[in-house]
Design a protein around this ligand. Structure first.
Ligand SMILES: *Cc1c(COP(=O)(O)O)cnc(C)c1O
Length: 431
């Protein structure tokens, strides 16, 4: 408009004209908000407004942003080694991080494969399981069982084990490997597991164990597939059934790992250990992209003794030293912090302050577990309007489908968390 003064940054029009955002269209009119800085639990927008972050950047930034300890570790690493290929070469950050992960994860997990993203960590897990059975003389075991409502990533192998409907992947169905889907457990977290849930699991595993390399699932919390919390006892049953019929168990802790559910790893709620574990998201405290797939010494050794005697995967940026350094600093910070107490307090406050949402007709259910608070609505939210309304309320909350949820950084204080829950209650009241 002539005469209109705009202080929009020139790069913003480049973004609008040329850049895809996650699950979006180039040139769409859904708003994206320009961030110029972030510190603690606050994101600063280009126009100077500050938003309290309720998402921890898709569950990664557990310590918030601009964290002095991680900044210092990265600066020091930058001065010595930013990157080097991992084929035939190695470096201290990768070796130390592997040692740390082996120490912290359930006991039998001893071998670590680093990759760049959660989806790739899942691909690596699937390939490990297949190579293991191949080495054991069972090349038919190349399929996977998985739970409905699960989400394991956006690459082809990961898509094939994600919920066909909520995973938004039906478009690619002809290209996807056919896997066996088991009804998602209905038993709630904190309750014993019901017989129907176990029977569904047992039926598939017993009938198909000849062709199954592994069962893959997200322990206790199904994240992007619906934010559902299920009985820890179900995991115990799954572990026992897998052992009984000779199928590996892969736990995808990319969303749940590093304290989010109140335990360092969600498997601990059930006291079980998987054969293969996927980690990602909060691994670097939200600083850099890094993921890891861990397995047992037995599986690693079987792969070594099989044909071709090596594990067939090797990303270009495998074990990037900066990413490994950020992960080491983030883990140290987490373990040195009173994170359990923080998560317990966040859970109590979320439960208390989101409970009033239950009175609204638009709300189907309110649930909380660890530092996760979910308000499930009866209908999908309006993504043209709702994010803007949250921004106007001074908070960053990004709903999906029927779900409005909070997964704040663990360092959030009572007042800021109160602002987040108040924004949700206020906006749902007006729906
Ligand atoms: C986010 C997520 C993934 C995929 O990770 P990316 O880093 O986005 O590839 C896989 N599994 C689970 C459980 C996740 O939450």
């Amino acid at each position: 408009m002539p005469g209109t003064v705009t202080n929009e940054a020139p790069w913003l029009s480049l973004d609008r004209g040329h850049v895809w955002h996650p699950y979006s269209a180039v040139g769409a009119d859904t708003p994206v908000f320009p961030v110029v800085a972030a510190s603690g639990v606050r994101l600063r927008l280009a126009d100077g407004r500050e938003l309290i972050d309720g998402m921890a950047s898709w569950w990664c930034a557990i310590h918030g942003y601009n964290v002095p300890e991680i900044n210092a570790a990265l600066s020091a690493q930058l001065d010595t080694l930013a990157h080097v290929m991992f084929g035939g070469l190695t470096h201290a950050p990768a070796a130390r991080l592997a040692g740390r992960l082996v120490e912290l994860t359930p006991a039998p997990l001893e071998s670590v494969f680093f990759s760049d993203s959660g989806s790739v960590a899942v691909e690596v897990a699937l390939k490990m399981a297949i190579q293991y059975w191949h080495a054991r003389g069972k090349p038919r075991k190349q399929h996977f069982a998985t739970l409905r409502r699960g989400y394991h990533g956006d690459t082809f192998g990961a898509m094939s084990v994600s919920d066909p409907e909520t995973g938004m992947h039906t478009l690619f169905s002809n290209m996807l490997a056919q896997q066996l889907f088991i009804d998602a457990p209905t038993s709630r977290f904190g309750e014993p597991c019901n017989a129907t849930d176990v029977a569904a699991l047992e039926t598939v595993l017993t009938a198909h164990h000849d062709e199954l390399a592994a069962l893959i699932l997200e322990p206790v919390v199904q994240g992007a597939g619906g934010m559902r919390f299920y009985a820890a006892d179900y995991l115990k049953q799954a572990r026992a059934l897998c052992d009984e019929v000779g199928v590996l168990l892969i736990c995808d802790e990319i969303a749940t790992g590093f304290g989010r559910t109140g335990r360092l790893f969600a498997c601990e709620h059930a006291g079980i250990a998987p054969d293969i574990l996927c980690l990602g998201k909060a691994l670097t405290g939200g600083y850099l992209t890094l993921a890891a797939t861990l397995t047992t010494a037995g599986i690693a050794e079987t792969i070594r003794q099989g044909d071709p005697g090596v594990f067939m995967h090797g990303p270009t940026f495998m074990a990037n030293p900066l990413a490994c350094t950020a992960a080491l600093a983030s883990l140290q910070l987490l373990l040195d912090s009173p994170w359990q107490g923080r998560v317990v307090n966040i859970e109590a406050q979320l439960a208390r302050e989101l409970a009033p949402c239950r009175q609204f007709d638009s709300v189907a259910e309110v649930r909380t577990l660890g530092a996760i608070g979910v308000v499930e609505l009866h209908a999908s939210v309006n993504m043209q309007r709702l994010p803007q309304q949250f921004v106007d309320a001074g908070v960053w909350i990004r709903p999906f489908g029927k779900l409005i949820y909070l997964m704040p950084p663990f360092i959030i204080n009572t007042e800021d968390l109160g602002t987040l829950t108040a924004a949700i209650t206020h906006i749902i009241r007006k729906l």
